[in-house]
Design a protein around this ligand. Structure first.
Ligand SMILES: NC(=O)c1ccc[n+]([C@@H]2O[C@H](COP(=O)([O-])OP(=O)(O)OC[C@H]3O[C@@H](n4cnc5c(N)ncnc54)[C@H](OP(=O)(O)O)[C@@H]3O)[C@@H](O)[C@H]2O)c1
Length: 325
């Protein structure tokens, strides 16, 4: 099969199209013909050897796909060959076929196309588990989302509104903030031109926000940490800025606030039911018209490097998706 191959750690220009072998699914696995693969910031880290998971060379990046079921392994009963499905994988999605755990493969709902399906699980799943299971966001609370027009950021804005919070979206450009408003943000802050902490204090009448959702880290984390309310919660989602912030423990004490780590993918090993239950809830919300997945750019597999650069150069909003065939 045709596959995008990473043969050494490096930037996207080192990725190349090549041939790779597929394999039959083992017990509890499913083999899919990939039609589309979502691009995640984690992919950009993985090919550079900067991600928690370091697959042996050569490997294909790609953590989430949508396509057609070709074959199911022993003990798989919820999918059959020919079904349309979305699936999460450890890596390997940027190829014509992938074999992955059936526990994280779900039928595509009627009306959802492959591109939308491939853009769905990681971003919505991460934001949903973070805001519900980890932060226990309550209706009426205030939620500050950093990097709010990005993949996970925009889904956090949408889910925050769905959960009844007042949402403050923060991002680096006016067009990104306008998108967040179209997705329901009540207030917007441009953190490249405005003082984040001062604006949050003004918006919240000096109280600060109850929950911070932070996929960015670095300087904006430092600012946001000083804008947290009494008994607030800070969700550590990622470090797209490239700097892992240091947490001032004295401020956590003074504010009685909690710093909460989120590693969505790790539930697949520790408690897979959490991910399955969350995705089923999200698909119900999608079916009810409550979620509007936003894909800003698509690229064919041959131009996968451009898809990676779109994320690395902060040029994308919502999701970027690679299409196959
Ligand atoms: N913990 C988990 O389980 C989990 C799951 C999914 C993703 N993540 C993490 O969440 C972060 C975002 O992932 P994503 O897939 O949503 O990526 P994305 O779509 O590229 O969004 C990242 C956002 O970060 C902001 N940003 C600030 N500085 C940046 C820089 N130097 N380079 C790139 N972006 C920068 C950008 O917004 P502005 O231009 O508006 O600042 C961008 O929209 C990553 O760190 C990723 O690893 C974690």
């Amino acid at each position: 099969m045709k596959a995008l191959l990473c043969t050494r750690w490096g930037d996207p220009s080192a990725l190349a199209l090549g041939e790779a072998a597929s394999r039959p699914p083992g017990k509890g696995e499913v083999r899919l013909a990939v039609r589309a693969c979502g691009v995640n910031f984690a992919d950009t880290l993985m090919i550079q050897g900067q991600y928690q998971v370091k697959p042996p060379f050569p490997f294909s990046p790609g953590l989430e796909v949508a396509g057609e079921v070709l074959e199911v392994g022993e003990d798989v009963h919820h999918l059959r060959p020919g079904d349309r499905a979305m699936a999460v994988c450890s890596y390997g999605g940027m190829a014509e076929e992938v074999v992955t755990s059936a526990a994280l493969a779900l039928p595509l709902p009627p009306g959802m196309d492959f591109i939308t399906g491939a853009a769905f699980p990681v971003a919505y799943g991460t934001s949903h588990v973070a805001l519900t299971r980890r932060a226990h966001l309550e209706p009426g609370e205030t939620l500050l989302v950093l990097g709010a027009a990005g993949g996970v950021g925009l889904t956090a804005v949408e889910i925050g509104k769905r959960l009844g919070a007042t949402v403050i979206a923060a991002a680096s450009a006016p067009e990104k903030l306008a998108l967040c408003q179209r997705y329901g943000a009540d207030y917007v802050i441009n953190y490249t031109t405005e003082n984040l902490r001062d604006r949050v204090k003004t918006i919240t009448g000096g109280r600060g926000v109850n929950v911070v959702f932070d996929p960015v880290g670095g300087d904006v984390f430092d600012e946001a940490f000083r804008a947290i309310a009494w008994e607030g919660r800070v969700l550590v989602i990622g470090f797209a800025s490239g700097r892992i912030p240091q947490i001032p423990a004295n401020l956590a004490l003074l504010k009685n606030c909690a710093v909460i780590g989120v590693f969505w993918g790790a539930y697949s090993m520790n408690d897979p039911a959490v991910l399955g239950d969350s995705l089923r809830t999200l698909l119900d919300w999608y079916a009810a018209g409550d979620l509007r997945p936003h894909v800003s750019q698509t690229f064919p597999l041959e131009r996968a490097a451009d898809a990676f650069y779109a994320l690395m150069n902060r040029q994308s909003t919502g999701k970027v998706v690679i299409t196959m065939g």
